[in-house]
Design a protein around this ligand. Structure first.
Ligand code: SAM
Ligand code: SF4
Length: 331
């Protein structure tokens, strides 16, 4: 079975936020005082998440990504991985994490059926890591990356949000890291999303910056197929690289025409687009698989053609999008 929206885009991918809580407070993701947290009772249970996955898998969803907030702060996450991995039709089970707790869980996650991880890492400098995350330790994230490699949660991709004046001086250091280790570094354009100003217009940089920096450093980017299958990244090799470089540019060259994602928020709302406010709660139909499947199709039917982040090409947004921060929706 294939799920398609009005534009004919095939949808086979569900991103599930399992919590809006996090052990870090990244400057581009949350305001100074973090976010207002949803109570434990209001968060969808693992049994209910499984109902959505099962209903979606029967409709053609084969790829699942667990995200948050920080997924590894939710209790017994390994159990959820085990439950989802056993759902017929789910062929790819991945997680996006800040990696700081991964050394504790990598082995159990792999054994439970997690295929691979994306780890967020925006700097290779310990003092800067502390500033960007407001409280994290670089050594914890680096240890998480090592454990992900050691236990085969591969391909191990690193998500790096490029920010002018913050980490644009480290582009070549990240390229060197992809030379030395089998890591797939994906630079992501800074998105203006959520309910507070994070100095977006002064920190946004288009990813053409990475291509120019690579060229200048004698590490030119050559297009290659994506490691681990399709996705929004353009993938490149660099001379002598064990890993690859990915460029994800939601702003300067958006990829809405090939979007294949649906999202489930931590408190149980289905969203067809990260940007727009539209969402529908699943709670009233969880007891009835057919009704749940109708709701999935209804949400997909209302999917907008594209987002409008920085729609005037000038770093300001014309139409108001969601007031949810990335950690609230599930990035
Ligand atoms: N806590 C996990 C982590 O950091 O990987 C998962 C949740 S986090 C919200 C998912 C991804 O969203 C991260 O890779 C993060 O870098 C990205 N993200 C958050 N805010 C963003 C923004 N304003 N622009 C671009 N990416 C953002
Ligand atoms: Fe937490 Fe991830 Fe947001 Fe950083 S990007 S504050 S790690 S949810």
């Amino acid at each position: 079975m294939t799920l398609k929206d009005k534009q004919g885009r095939k949808h086979d991918y569900l991103r599930i936020s399992v919590t809006d809580r996090c052990n870090l407070r990244c400057v581009y993701c949350m305001g100074d005082d973090g976010i207002e947290q949803t109570s434990h009772e209001a968060i969808l249970s693992y049994e209910d998440i499984l109902k959505v996955v099962t209903a979606g898998a029967e409709l053609g969803i084969s790829k699942i990504r667990i995200t948050g907030g920080e997924p590894l702060v939710r209790k017994d996450l390994v159990q959820l991985i085990e439950m989802i991995a056993a759902v017929p039709g789910v062929t790819d089970l991945a997680m996006t994490t800040n990696g700081t707790l991964l050394s504790r869980y990598a082995e159990a996650l792999k054994r439970a059926g997690l295929n691979r991880v994306n780890i967020s890492l925006d700097t290779l400098q310990a003092d800067k890591y502390q500033i960007i995350t407001r409280c994290g330790k670089l050594e914890d994230a680096m240890k998480g990356i090592e454990y992900a490699l050691q236990y085969g949660l591969e391909p191990v991709k690193l998500n790096t949000v490029l920010m002018k004046g913050i980490n644009d001086d480290e582009v070549v250091d990240f390229l060197q890291l992809a030379r030395e280790k089998p890591l797939h570094i994906r630079f992501i354009e800074y998105m203006q999303i959520g309910d507070h100003d994070r100095g977006y217009s002064s920190h946004y940089l288009p990813l053409s910056f990475v291509e120019k920096a690579a060229e200048k450093a004698g590490l030119p980017l050559t297009p290659v197929p994506l490691p681990g299958g399709a996705g929004p990244a353009e993938s490149y090799s660099i001379p002598g690289g064990k890993g690859t470089i990915g460029l994800i540019h939601p702003i300067s060259k958006h990829f809405c025409d090939s979007c294949n994602r649906l999202r489930l928020t931590a408190e149980g709302s289905l969203k067809a687009c990260l940007y727009w406010q539209d969402e529908k709660p699943v709670h009233t139909v969880l007891h009835d698989k057919a009704a749940l499947q109708d709701l999935i199709k209804e949400v997909l039917g209302g999917k907008p053609v594209e987002h409008q982040m920085a729609a005037d090409g000038n770093c300001s947004t014309i139409n108001p999008g969601t007031m949810r921060s990335m950690s609230k929706t599930g990035g």
